[in-house]
Design a binder for this molecule. Structure first.
Ligand code: ATP
Ligand code: MG
Length: 336
């Protein structure tokens, strides 16, 4: 019986490639939107340089990691020499300047985990968060962008998973579900562990061609990804098969009790090896996703005993739809 189901899935699933690819294409930001973002960044940098001439602005997050869908907010990092003035003071000063320059909804969130200034540019309608000296986020942005260049299926899968997560409201860290960054890492790890592999492991398995040290963390990996363009070609799985298998994995195959997914090693490691077996403070480790650079950081730590249930039910719902629904592309993304 099981065999028959597998056969049916193989013959039937391919008809979903076109609709999934159409959804992916519809989510890609236009060149015009990208150009607008760049212009906003340039004008913000000019403004900032009036006060701090050597400061620089970097885009990070989904507008720079190639996993951004159209009309996303942009994430900006202000790199500024350590001076006598504190981060909060910089943020408040920055908020003042932005406000005087006619930017809208300017708000300094100095007590957030990552303190930021929020703003909206009335000319373009683009919303923007500016953080200070968050170099690690700029580096993990580059890692994600580099992975995306190796095999086109990563970007396709991640767009579909992010789109699903937003529609089903399981992309809300303040509600105990996962960040976009966590979902992209889940997709990378999933493709690293296909047989044959679709993505390599750029960190521990390859020699470093890019190294920076940020806050005492050495970030090193192979970044000459143009040399890896046909790495995944021995695996011919289609996007529809991968979406099916991704949800099947998180619904039925992942070992939530013992396993940690690790993009850094390209493999599963054990909770025991990381000492993530007990609740410490608010870290419950109910779904474990190792940050590729801050290895003591579990991106699943936001998940609590209620939200883990929500998440797993959503994975099961998605897996079930992929397996049995006659029109999965509609049902999968139905708003929660
Ligand atoms: P979205 O399209 O949903 O905005 P995003 O990738 O921009 O996706 P954000 O939640 O806005 O996701 O996070 C922005 C960036 O901040 C991430 O791409 C990542 O570089 C960094 N980041 C976010 N959360 C974490 C985290 N928990 N640990 C380390 N870096 C993080
Ligand atoms: Mg973002």
């Amino acid at each position: 019986r099981n065999n028959r189901r597998v056969l049916e899935y193989h013959s039937d699933i391919e008809r979903l490639n076109a609709p999934f690819l159409a959804i992916y294409e519809s989510l890609i930001p236009t060149e015009e939107e990208k150009a607008k973002q760049k212009r906003l960044l340039t004008s913000l940098e000019k403004l900032v340089n009036k006060e701090w001439p050597s400061a620089r602005l970097f885009l990070y997050g989904s507008c720079a990691n190639s996993f951004g869908v159209s009309n996303s907010d942009i994430d900006v990092c202000l790199e500024i020499e350590d001076s006598d003035i504190s981060k909060s003071e910089i943020l408040l000063k920055l908020a003042d300047m932005l406000h005087s320059d006619n930017l809208q909804n300017v708000q300094a969130l100095t007590r957030a985990r990552v303190p930021i200034v929020k703003l909206m540019d009335p000319d373009t309608g683009i919303s923007c968060d500016i953080c200070i000296n968050n170099v690690l986020a700029v580096v993990n942005t580059k890692l994600l962008r580099d992975y995306a260049q190796i095999d086109a299926r990563l970007r396709q899968l991640a767009f579909i998973v992010k789109h699903w997560a937003k529609k089903r409201r399981v992309n809300e860290t303040y509600q105990g579900t996962l960040s976009s960054y966590a979902y992209v890492l889940m997709c990378i790890h999933f493709l690293q562990t296909r047989k044959p592999a679709i993505l390599p492991c750029l960190q521990v398995e390859m020699h470093a061609t890019y190294t920076v040290t940020v806050d005492d963390i050495e970030c090193a990996y192979f970044d000459r990804v143009e040399d890896l363009r046909d790495f995944g070609s021995r695996n011919i799985e289609s996007i529809a098969q991968l979406v099916w298998a991704f949800f099947d994995y998180w619904a039925y195959r992942h070992d939530y009790a013992n396993a940690v997914i690790s993009v850094r090693t390209g493999s599963i490691i054990s909770k025991r090896a990381k000492d993530w077996t007990r609740r410490i403070g608010n870290d419950r480790h109910l779904i474990c996703i190792e940050d590729p650079f801050e290895v003591s950081h579990d991106l699943g730590r936001v998940v609590d005993k209620h939200s883990i249930k929500t998440l797993r039910e959503e994975f099961e719902r998605a897996a079930h739809i992929m397996q049995f629904d006659p029109d999965p592309c509609v049902k999968l993304f139905e708003p929660y």
